[in-house]
Design a protein around this ligand. Structure first.
Ligand code: FES
Length: 251
């Protein structure tokens, strides 16, 4: 018979619609069998104990990226984190850092999506649309492999020390860089070199402190700092090519 163990769940609660209230922890004692995820427990608390508890989830399979939160001090997806994996019987759940909290574990993702939209995260082409498809070689696909795995959960955004400096940092964040690099490296993409200008300033890729916290936080093993460094290199290369072209024209 599978044995359930008792756990204490402490969840940080706050309702932005009631600004007079301060954030505080609600505590729930739950018996958990091995294999149960943090998300399963949250759903149980909401359905059976406290219907006011708010959190986001959808796929329950670490695919949609909607259930990211801080679990015992670590940014992760609630649907892929097993309760029994911790060597403590107390699980503390908090909303993603670097975002405004709307309610409990639900944060306002607007700044994240604004930056995402800014980098035009889709294939841009000027050549005529082929009749069938745009094939890629294995090597070409490998170049974008890690970036394709990004599920936009915003763990990297929550872990970013530059964004932690507050809204004034206005930094684009690691996920937007990942998406831009994913398309810049895509053999089928034909965006002009000038398309990088959108992140070529002190609010863009040059703001990154290269602390690698985003790499540690990513639940899908994407390395956002690689994307940021890749974009920086591409910008420097573009600049040199422009200068060389100008020098040739003047000679
Ligand atoms: S519910 Fe989709 S990633 Fe967790």
């Amino acid at each position: 018979m599978i044995k359930a163990s008792a756990y204490t769940f402490k969840i940080l609660r706050y309702d932005a619609m009631k600004p007079e209230s301060s954030p505080c922890f609600s505590t729930y004692k739950i018996r958990v069998i091995p294999g149960l995820t943090v998300l399963s427990v949250l759903i149980r608390i909401r359905d059976e104990i406290d219907g006011t508890l708010s959190f986001r989830s959808s796929c329950r399979s670490a695919v949609c990226g909607s259930c990211a939160m801080v679990i015992n001090g670590k940014l992760d997806l609630a649907c892929r984190t097993q309760v029994a994996a911790f060597d403590t019987d107390t699980i503390i759940l908090e909303p993603l850092p670097n975002f405004e909290v709307i309610r409990d574990l639900v944060v306002d993702m607007t700044p994240f999506w604004t930056m995402y939209e800014k980098v035009q995260p889709y294939l841009i082409r000027h050549s005529p649309v082929p009749e069938k498809e745009l094939p890629q070689s294995e090597a070409e696909r490998l170049r974008i492999d890690q970036y394709v795995n990004c599920i936009l959960c915003a763990c990297c955004y929550g872990a970013c020390p530059v964004l932690a400096r507050g809204p004034d940092s206005d930094y684009m964040g690691p996920a937007a860089a990942v998406k831009l690099e994913r398309f810049v490296l895509d053999s089928r993409d034909e965006r002009p070199a000038g398309a990088l200008d959108v992140v070529n300033d002190e609010k863009g890729v040059w703001a990154c402190d290269t602390m690698f916290h985003c790499i540690d936080a990513c639940p899908k093993d994407v390395r956002p700092t690689d994307a940021i460094v890749g974009l920086r290199k591409a910008m420097v290369k573009n600049r040199f090519q422009k200068m060389l072209g100008k020098a040739k024209n003047e000679a």
